[in-house]
Design a protein around this ligand. Structure first.
Ligand code: SOE
Length: 386
């Protein structure tokens, strides 16, 4: 297989990020299967037509059911709001299409399990959009852990901080409505942290959390407002039905301790996505705002040069980095999507499931729900009990 045809449902923030990811792939990874940007789909015909032209899709449609049934489509990419994931993914799997679905995989653990079952039953390849795994500096952290360079892992602490909801006039966008988004900062930002923890440290055994919705009523939006909305467009208000911030503690199956913080109220933090890991032989610190760097500390460095060193993960020695620019030239947010799609193409080539796939999506959903249950019942929850 030299190329495959993509049908993509969604055309806003993630639709743009995915389109850019597909476009860059053949230029920088010319030896991989080429994604053909065939059809883009969205509910608003005018807006999706404009997106098709702007992003470079051959065709557009407003009918996802027609899209998933087309013979000339090989892979369905779902980046519409979360409440649309399940129905589209299951229909696409039943039609024999490979699946790429944004996170969180579904509105609930039950729904995510049904999606996994449908994909596995249909024998298609499936992947979930935990794109931050694909930053070369994160992959360096993974390599150091897997090679034992950090020793036994004791601590994982992670935080994803945004501040776009501090304005009480910010409208009641879909991300603030439980029936569309599933949850708030927890499922949107915390999901990335949980996946990172699974990727780097391993299974999470027990959790206990707390959450808050600081602003409980917001102006109704004129239409489905996204992140770019600026102020309330209506005098009428509606209830915010998701969390503004969720924090939780975790015990990993391997004995490590974890802390997680996801908030949209951290003034001054536009999108600070970070983690620190401490092991018996060393530590690493990652901050997405400086995503080309990994801070690394090794206990066996000579006494007189002990301390964190800053490693720039832009050399050919670093995963994916060599495909872009000569050593020392940084990459950005958008490259993580291209890397995720390269993993998908590699999986197709090698006839294996890409990673992270719907199994990782379900595992993440299980932790999300365990935390929600712990908040409701005000006690520790064993993740495997769900
Ligand atoms: C918005 O809060 C958002 O765009 C998330 O939806 C993304 O998954 C995250 O990457 C950045 O923030």
């Amino acid at each position: 297989m030299n190329s495959l045809n993509i049908g993509m449902v969604g055309y806003k923030f993630m639709g743009k990020a995915h389109s850019n990811g597909y476009r860059a792939l053949p230029m920088f990874f010319p030896d991989r299967i080429k994604p053909n940007m065939k059809v883009i789909c969205g509910r608003n015909t005018g807006a999706v037509a404009a997106a098709a032209t702007q992003f470079g899709w051959e065709e557009h449609t407003s009918d996802w059911k027609d899209l998933v049934s087309r013979d000339d489509i090989d892979l369905i990419d779902i980046n519409a709001p979360s409440n649309a994931h399940k129905e589209i993914a299951i229909a696409a799997a039943d039609a024999g299409k490979h699946l790429y679905c944004e996170k969180p995989l579904a509105l609930s653990l039950k729904d995510s399990r049904e999606m996994l079952e449908a994909a596995e039953g249909a024998g298609v390849k499936h992947m979930v959009g935990f794109n931050y795994r694909f930053a070369p500096a994160v992959l360096l952290a993974k390599k150091l852990i897997d090679d034992g360079r950090l020793g036994d892992i004791h601590h994982f602490r992670a935080w994803f901080l945004q501040d776009w909801l501090v304005d009480p006039d910010f409208p009641l966008a879909w991300r603030l409505q439980k029936e569309i988004a599933g949850s708030g900062a927890h499922g949107d930002l915390g999901a990335h942290l949980i996946d990172m923890a699974h990727f780097l440290i391993g299974d999470i055994a027990d959790v206990i959390g707390m959450s808050e919705t600081f602003i409980k009523e917001r102006p109704l939006p004129d239409e489905t407002a996204g992140l770019s909305a600026t102020g309330g467009q209506s005098a009428q208000t509606g209830p915010v039905t998701v969390d503004d911030a969720t924090l939780f503690m975790a015990r990993f199956a391997n004995g490590a301790l974890g802390s997680f913080e996801a908030t949209r109220f951290a003034t001054g933090h536009r999108s600070t996505n970070s983690f620190e890991i401490n092991g018996s032989k060393g530590s690493v610190i990652f901050d997405f705002e400086r995503m080309n760097e990994l801070q690394v500390y090794f206990t066996d460095d000579q006494d007189d040069v002990q301390g964190f060193r800053r490693v720039l993960a832009t050399d050919p020695a670093h995963a994916y980095a060599g495909a872009w620019w000569p050593a020392g030239h940084p990459i950005g947010y958008e490259h993580t999507f291209t890397h995720a799609f390269v993993e998908f193409m590699d999986a197709l080539q090698e006839d294996r499931q890409p990673v992270p796939n719907f199994n990782e999506g379900v595992k993440c959903q299980q932790v999300l729900e365990a935390v929600e249950l712990s908040i409701k019942e005000r006690k520790w929850i064993e993740v495997s009990s769900l």
